[in-house]
Design a protein around this ligand. Structure first.
Ligand SMILES: Cc1ncc(C[n+]2csc(CCOP(=O)(O)OP(=O)(O)O)c2C)c(N)n1
Ligand SMILES: [Mg+2]
Length: 334
């Protein structure tokens, strides 16, 4: 019997994506804003203004910005607890994100969710989940709804390399493959799950190979060039939208800081971190803008000043907003 397997790509080809200046300027601005949100969060955490867990995505910005950049506003994003950048890329404001982190009433989840539970139904950003891999079947459910209602909307589901070993991941991908759902699964492989390196958690080095078990399309590439991420995601997003074929994508990336604010990161060497910092997605985008798109310093400075003003406003907003209402889950309203 011939099974109707979707075509698989196995080669990790690094196709060059030519620079489109206007596009790259926009993506660079988003990455810079996300970097500044993360830095402001780290500072606020040290000042005791943010409680609970805080996972930063510094170093990984090109993945969320490039991937979400391939979507339409009506498409959905479902993500992990390291999701501040994904939320911002999906159109949520620095104000609503920071206020949420600060536990303020004006935050996107009314200050009751915190860093791991950003959510904005209007922007089609459906979380922010703390259970590793637990959101993968939820994302498949969102994609099922879109197909069932005949909507041409794509769901993009982010997760880490650690989640690729979790039961929920296999269940979610299996159902998406079986029911041919319009979804793209994207593994942000930052080489560690907490302090556990890849080789101690994954039996195969290539996460995208797991697509073979389900007969779906796959892709894998390095994630430091935001234009490459966007172009490669665009292929998978179109496949999902036009033919309802899911894709499993692995993007290699790296977080420059610890797993969370409480992680001193002693499981990796300084040299390793420094080596990855040479592939900082922001520096790469900036360099490409100057060298390949004739962007001048003045233009870039304007962007940087705009981001600075946006962040100052958001920090002030979060600081001055009222605290969240007390959460009373068991109160029965008369
Ligand atoms: C089901 C479950 N097991 C364990 C944890 C504790 N935990 C939180 S984050 C994490 C590591 C996950 O790593 P990865 O999926 O690679 O994502 P990354 O943090 O690198 O973005 C673990 C084990 C959890 N939150 N949920
Ligand atoms: Mg990881």
């Amino acid at each position: 019997m011939n099974l109707p397997y979707a075509p698989s790509r196995i080669e990790a080809v690094e196709r060059e994506v030519p620079v489109n200046k206007a596009l790259l300027l926009g993506l660079y601005r988003q990455m810079l804003a996300i970097r500044r949100i993360e830095e402001a969060s780290a500072k606020a955490y040290a000042q005791g203004k943010i409680g609970g867990f805080l996972h930063l995505g510094i170093g990984q910005e090109a993945v969320c910005v490039g991937a979400v950049g391939a979507l339409r506003p009506e498409d959905y994003v479902v993500a992990t607890y390291r999701e501040h950048g994904h939320a911002y890329a999906k159109g949520m404001t620095a104000r609503s994100i920071l206020a949420e982190l600060y536990g303020k009433k004006t935050g996107c989840s009314k200050g009751l969710g915190g860093s791991m539970h950003l959510f904005d139904a209007e922007k089609n950003f459906l979380g922010g989940y703390g259970i590793v891999g637990g959101h993968v079947p939820l994302a498949a459910g969102v994609a099922y709804k879109c197909k069932y209602l005949g909507e041409k909307r794509v769901t993009l589901c982010f997760f880490g390399d650690g989640a690729a070993n979790i039961g929920g991941f296999f269940e979610g991908v299996a159902l998406a493959a079986l029911w041919k759902l319009p979804i793209v699964f994207i593994c942000e492989n930052n080489l560690y799950s907490m302090g556990t390196p890849l080789y101690r958690s994954l039996s195969v080095e290539d996460v995208s190979m797991k697509a073979l078990a389900f007969g779906i399309a796959r892709d894998r590439f390095d994630g430091e060039d935001v234009l490459r991420v966007r172009a490669r995601l665009a292929e998978a997003v179109e496949r999902a939208r036009e033919t309802c074929e899911p894709t499993l994508i692995e993007v290699r990336t790296y977080r420059f800081r610890g797993h969370s604010m409480s992680d001193p990161g002693q499981y990796r060497t300084k040299d390793e971190v420094e080596e990855w910092k040479k592939r900082d997605p922001l520096s790469i985008a900036r360099r490409r803008l100057v060298e390949e798109a004739d962007a001048d310093e003045g233009e870039l400075r304007q962007i940087e000043l705009g981001v600075k003003a946006e962040l100052e406003d958001a920090i002030r907003f979060a600081d001055e907003s009222p605290p969240a209402d007390e959460y009373l889950p068991f109160t029965i309203k008369e």
